[in-house]
Every structure is written in structure tokens, then in C-alpha cells.
Design a protein around this ligand. Structure first.
Ligand SMILES: [Zn+2]
Length: 548
């Protein structure tokens, strides 16, 4: 009896490029992909040629360096995607550009549909240094309600929006709000405080179909920067459905690991009932969309973090805690018993100390837990004793240099220079032996290589270098941003390095980040990104297959 010879392994892609296995720094020269996985790796340029068939796309990329695709440990992809549905007036530099964008959006909208702008604009970025007026918005979009919110407390509306909200010429100012008026008493379109919400309440939010489409656009923008996985830092259950819609419609261009919000407005019983009602537990899903766990929020940020010492600019204020330790311990212990992982936002040292009290009590009640079951999100101002407690307890930490990069100027005011310099000291966390995973938390696509530059220089956007002694090496930064997050996601056997048997999530760069001048990293962007053996970003068609 003869046996058919086994079908020879045929690659879908044979990529000839320098490939860096994240953990060891060892380099290879050819990588073979089949289906969603890496199946072969060689230090020899031609050793894998025998595995290529006539359907194999051979990619000659000797000019590129391949890394594992980045895995962001903490980012708000849903919020960033929702923003893509808004008119990007934050990019306007004059009132005419601003109203031109509104007019364009109105032209493409169904009759009567609301035109809503990004909230991230400010009149100081407009040449005229003033708000657009009601008359200007009416001229741009006479037939559509327009609401241009600016930050949380101010907006400009047109006549159709005021009318839709039932605001007439004689409507009085609402409590805590102001409907702006011209000298002659007619409305100028500006809305302050409560008046913003009086109008915003009539502007419909996107439906699930729109949200799913927005996730496609949003996730593609991250893929274009070399991101392969995002741990989604906070969604509700409707948003989880939108993610599932996006997955079903094959719109996602990054893998997503969502965290479901458990709000501190709930009683303990209500929170436990909500968790019970979820049915599933951490790890449910597939390689593209898999539930990470639950999200709690212990304190605020630059202006609300719970601090041991008062705010530098407000000696009577030391921030706020959202949860009492006893209540949160009870909810978390029940959640962990049901198979849930928990990540908790804790920025200030008082918040981290309280969270450690909670996590230690949970571990004492429930018993030993696998690493990355109870996670500290940010831990930005943790002190040495708290770092040691986190390590002893096995509580991993997600770290985000881009928060310091973006907000250092504000931190210098609210927290003062000494605390700002020691925000997220990755060197000290590493020295203590902590489990770390790197990410961003900027609610917009952020170049991972700019993040790497920040971790190795402690550089910021507008406050220079803060705490240079806390810098880490490029290799360590890459490790925390790939394998670190893979471990956080309990996927260290599937993702995080260029290894046969792992998923084919790769990014190709026109320079070797380990050899480059760190200052050149800040501007480095990828030539292509591959997730699960599929091109998710390939502007120069370097990965195009025959016939494509
Ligand atoms: Zn966040």
C-alpha cells in the first residue's frame, strides 16, 4: 500500500525582509505566512523558497524591518471612531474653513439630518479668533440643524438647531446656562453650560449601523500606524453589539479586546446583578474580537486624580475617589469568582493605594489568581511602596507615556514639577519586577513610534523632557508594546512576537528601530501592516497578490 505524500506546505506570503523577534532581538531574513499564521522563519534569505508555490506572493522587502504589530494596552477605539462621524472643524484655521466644512457635510447629509462637529476645536485656532455666528452657520447649512460643541461647556448652533430644541426668541436662559444674544436681543447662536445640553439632547446619537461603519474607518487609521491589536478601554453593552456588527461585516482592521464598564453610580447589588447578567466571561470571542474584562474607574485625571498631597494649584483639594474600598472589593470578588478579569483606572497615589487595598482583599478572598487578572490602569503617581505591593500581589500595570506627552504642561500646574517628573517611571516599575504593558489612551490614532520615542527620552509635546532618569531602552519599549500587551490579553502564545505558530501580525518599517537614532523614531511610519495574514495597510501595494 502506498501513501499519498503529504501535501507540501505552500505559503500565501513569503516576505524577504529583516524580521526582529521582539523578545530576543534575534533577526531573521525571510518569513512565511499561511492563512492567518506565521508558519516558517529563517535566518537565510532563500531557505524558504521551496515552500513557495505559484499562488505564493513573494515580497522582496530587503529595505524594510519587520516587527510584531503593535498592541495597544489601553485605548478608546470606540470614542475615536465615533469622532470620525463628526465634522472635523478642529482642523479649520479660519471661520470660512469652519463653515465650509459644515456646508460640505450638509451637502452630503439627508434632508433635516443633524450636522454635528468635533468638540476638539477652539476659536483661538481660527484666524479671526472668534466663534462662528448663527448667521454664518445658517448660510452654510440653512436646511440642517447644526450643533458645533466646543469642549464640554460651550457650543454654537444655527437657527434650525435652536428651533428643533424648541428655543424661540423669548426662551429664558436655563438654570446654569446661557443662550447668547446680540445687542438687539436676537440670538447669536452661542450656548453655554446647561444651554448646550438643552440643544444637544435633541441631536440623535449614531445608530449601531453607523457606529459599526465608524469602527471600520477608525480602526483603519490605527492599522495605518502599525497597530494590530487594541485593548478597548471602556464600552457599554450597546457598544459591544456595535463591535460585533463590525466584526460580522468584516470592518475591523485591528483586533479588539474590549473592557465593559461597571459604573460607580451602581449599588453593589446592582453592579453584581449587571455582571451576572452578562452571561459570558473574560476571554469570550474570537481572534478578532475577544472580551478582555470589566472596567472600573477609581479616580480622575490631571484635574481629578486622588492624591496623597493636595494639588499644587489648589491646596484645599486632593482629588476624589469614585469607589469605597469595601464596596468595590465586594463587587470585584464576585466578578473574579465568575471568571472576569478587572482593569481599574487609578492615576493618583491615593487612588493606587486604595485600589491595592481592594485587589489584595479580593485575592485574599478568592485565592491565587493568574497574572493579569487584576490590573492597574495607568498607576501614574504610584510610589515605591505601592510599586512593591503591586508586584507582590501580581497586579500588572498598563502604562501610557502619551498621557504625559500630551498633558505635561497641565500636570506642571496641577501636580507641580516634582510629581510631573515622576509620572509613570517605567525604569522603576521594571526594577521592581512589575508586569507592564504599553499603550496610548489619547482617544485618537497616535504613532506608536512617537510613543516609543517618548518612552526612551521622556519627551513631551510642549513641556520638554520630564524625568529623563525614568527612560527605558528601545528594545524594552518595543517589548512592552508587543509581548507585554499579549500577556495582558492572555495571548502570549498567539501574539506578541514573530514566531512560527503565532498569528501573522506584522508591521514593516523603512528603518530598523533598534539601530536608528531614537530622535528619528518620532517620525517613523510603517510601509505596511499585516493582521492575521491580511494586509490592513499597504499604500504602496507591496503586499498585492497576483491579480489584485
Ligand atoms: Zn482611558
Amino acid at each position: 500500500m502506498t501513501r499519498e505524500p503529504a501535501e507540501p506546505l505552500r505559503l500565501d506570503y513569503l516576505i524577504k525582509a529583516r524580521a526582529i523577534h521582539s523578545m530576543t532581538g534575534k533577526t531573521f531574513r525571510s518569513v512565511g505566512l499561511r492563512g492567518a499564521e506565521i508558519v516558517a522563519l529563517s535566518a537565510d534569505l532563500n531557505e524558504l523558497d521551496d515552500l513557495a508555490g505559484h499562488n505564493t506572493a513573494v515580497v522582496d522587502a530587503g529595505d524594510l524591518t519587520l516587527l510584531p504589530a503593535f498592541a495597544d494596552s489601553h485605548e478608546h477605539l470606540m470614542e475615536a471612531s465615533r469622532n470620525t462621524l463628526l465634522v472635523p472643524v478642529d482642523k479649520a484655521r479660519s471661520v470660512a474653513e469652519f463653515t465650509g466644512m459644515v456646508a460640505d457635510a450638509a451637502r452630503n447629509a439627508a434632508p433635516g439630518e443633524w450636522i454635528l462637529t468635533s468638540i476638539g476645536w477652539h476659536e483661538s485656532n481660527l484666524a479671526e479668533n472668534r466663534l462662528p455666528t448663527l448667521a454664518e452657520l445658517d448660510a452654510a447649512a440653512p436646511d440642517h440643524p447644526v450643533l458645533a460643541r466646543r469642549g464640554g461647556h460651550l457650543a454654537v448652533a444655527n437657527s434650525a438647531a435652536l428651533q428643533a430644541a424648541g428655543i424661540g426668541p423669548d426662551t429664558p436662559d436655563p438654570p446654569g446656562g446661557k443662550i447668547g444674544r446680540l445687542a438687539d436681543g436676537s440670538r447669536d447662536g452661542s450656548l453655554e453650560g446647561g444651554a448646550v445640553y438643552q440643544v444637544a439632547a435633541f441631536a440623535p446619537g449614531p445608530d449601531r449601523t453607523q457606529l459599526a461603519s465608524a469602527l471600520g474607518v477608525g480602526s483603519a487609521a490605527y492599522a495605518a500606524l502599525g497597530v494590530g491589536t487594541i485593548r478597548e478601554a471602556m464600552i457599554n453593552l450597546d457598544e459591544l453589539l456595535a463591535y460585533q456588527d463590525a466584526r460580522d461585516r468584516d470592518l475591523l482592521r485591528v483586533r479588539v479586546r474590549p473592557m465593559i464598564r461597571i459604573g460607580n453610580e451602581l449599588t453593589e447589588d446592582a453592579a453584581i446583578a449587571l455582571i451576572d447578567g452578562l452571561g459570558a466571561r473574560s476571554g469570550f470571542g474570537d481572534d478578532w474580537l475577544r472580551i478582555w474584562g470589566l472596567k472600573f474607574v477609581m479616580d480622575g485625571g490631571v484635574e481629578g486624580a486622588a492624591l496623597e498631597q493636595p494639588y499644587a494649584n489648589d491646596p484645599g483639594n486632593s482629588g476624589h475617589l469614585n469607589w469605597a474600598a469595601g464596596a468595590m472589593t465586594q463587587v470585584c470578588a464576585e466578578a473574579v469568582r465568575r471568571g472576569w478579569r478587572i482593569g481599574t483606572h487609578a492615576v493618583g497615589d491615593r487612588a493606587v493605594r486604595t485600589l491595592l487595598d481592594v485587589y489584595e482583599a479580593v485575592a485574599a478572598q478568592v485565592g491565587p489568581l493568574p497574572p493579569w487578572t487584576l490590573v492597574i490602569e495607568h498607576g501614574m503617581l504610584a510610589d515605591a511602596a505601592q510599586r512593591d505591593r503591586a508586584v507582590r500581589g501580581g497586579f500588572g500595570v498598563t502604562v501610557q507615556h502619551p498621557i504625559l506627552w500630551n498633558m505635561a504642561s497641565e500636570m506642571l500646574v496641577t501636580w507641580g514639577p516634582e510629581r510631573t517628573r515622576r509620572v509613570s517611571p517605567l525604569d522603576q516599575w521594571r526594577a521592581a519586577g512589575a508586569d507592564l504593558a504599553a499603550g496610548t489612551d489619547l482617544v485618537r490614532p497616535f504613532n506608536p513610534m512617537l510613543n516609543v520615542w517618548g518612552m526612551v527620552t521622556r519627551g513631551t509635546k510642549s513641556a520638554g523632557i520630564q524625568g529623563p532618569e525614568h527612560a527605558i531602552s528601545v528594545a524594552t519599549a518595543l517589548e512592552l508594546y508587543t509581548m507585554g500587551t499579549a500577556r495582558l490579553n492572555h495571548e502570549q502564545d498567539r501574539l506578541g512576537s514573530i514566531t512560527p505558530g503565532k498569528l501573522a501580525d506584522l508591521v514593516g518599517y523603512p528603518a530598523d528601530p533598534l539601530a536608528a537614532d531614537p530622535d528619528d523614531l518620532a517620525e517613523l511610519t510603517p510601509a505596511f501592516t499585516i493582521v492575521g495574514g491580511r494586509a490592513t495597510h499597504d499604500p504602496d501595494k507591496r503586499l498585492a497578490r497576483v491579480g489584485e
